[in-house]
Design a protein around this ligand. Structure first.
Ligand code: MN
Length: 285
């Protein structure tokens, strides 16, 4: 019998600036399998000590995709060269479309810096289709209250972060056909996956314990399910929180170089040149 899912296990923790600890769960070296997603980093869970100076990542560029930061606990502050900024707290989502290019910084928020506390968040990179790679940058600051919640019949619930669940649409504006759900399940409950059969679909377990087709999935691990409507049964064996990431594959070439993800090597060279010439804007520290 084939395995019920393909496992993406988190890598050893590494520091991204001082937003530590970060574990990469998947990245664009597997772009065809995870299309239209590019990368998933899991920050924490960690306890942050109070600090005089905010910890984080200073100004750096992106082009050709969207960075989506989902805050489970703690807060993150954002500023970018398009003039956007804000602080995202627990349950909120920061949806930044880098498009043609943006320079931004990502730091712990002021309350987390002053008081310390728990930090747990997910950063997901969502690819842009070739026709939208050079759109103007956009910033969506979506607090927890922005998201509709759908009660499941089994005692669980689904917060719709993007796309649709059971006829309810999330507020995030996207350039790709995707669904992003923040799901809570009590012990014994099954996860419904009402998704188009052709979409890639992945389950990230944040906390708790689930089995997929009878096989256990551990926290901070991603299960990539086969694209079909006969997915293996996902069942919580303890109260659990998980994210579902699903989307229509773009089927376009992915050529990536660090913070730039384009379709051709020439476009990467152009991105590097444009960044060096200041064409992605400036952000003073
Ligand atoms: Mn960034």
């Amino acid at each position: 019998m084939p395995a019920p899912f393909h496992l993406h296990a988190p890598a050893a923790p590494h520091a991204v600036g001082e937003l530590f600890p970060v574990r990469n769960v998947f990245a664009y070296d597997q772009a065809a399998a995870i299309d239209p997603f590019l990368l998933l980093d899991y920050l924490g869970p960690a306890t942050v000590a109070p600090s005089e100076q905010p910890r984080g990542v200073g100004p750096h560029p992106h082009r050709g995709f969207e960075t989506v930061t989902i805050v489970l606990r703690g807060e993150v502050a954002h500023r970018d060269s398009a003039g956007n900024g804000g602080v995202i707290g627990a349950g909120g989502v920061q949806w930044m479309t880098a498009g043609a290019g943006v320079v931004h910084s990502e730091f712990h928020g002021p309350n987390l810096t002053r008081d310390g506390g728990e930090l747990e968040m997910v950063q997901l990179w969502v690819n842009l289709p070739a026709r939208a790679k050079l759109v103007a940058p956009r910033y969506q600051d979506l607090p927890a209250a922005a998201f509709p919640t759908v009660a499941l019949g089994n005692g669980g619930s689904v917060r719709v972060l993007a796309g649709m669940f059971d006829g309810v649409r999330g507020p995030s504006q996207t350039h790709t056909e995707i669904a992003l759900w923040d799901v809570a399940l009590p012990a014994g409950a099954e996860l419904p996956l009402p998704l188009p059969a052709t979409w890639n679909r992945m389950v990230l377990l944040c906390a708790g314990e689930v089995t997929i087709g009878g096989e256990p999935l551990r926290p901070q691990h991603v299960a990539r399910l086969a694209a079909t409507n006969r997915s293996p049964v996902v069942r919580a064996t303890r109260p659990s929180r998980l994210l579902v990431l699903a989307g229509a594959p773009l089927g376009e070439p992915v050529v990536a170089h660090g913070p730039f993800v384009m379709n051709t090597a020439a476009e990467i060279d152009q991105a590097i040149a444009d960044f060096r010439r200041g064409r992605m804007g400036r952000l003073d520290v």
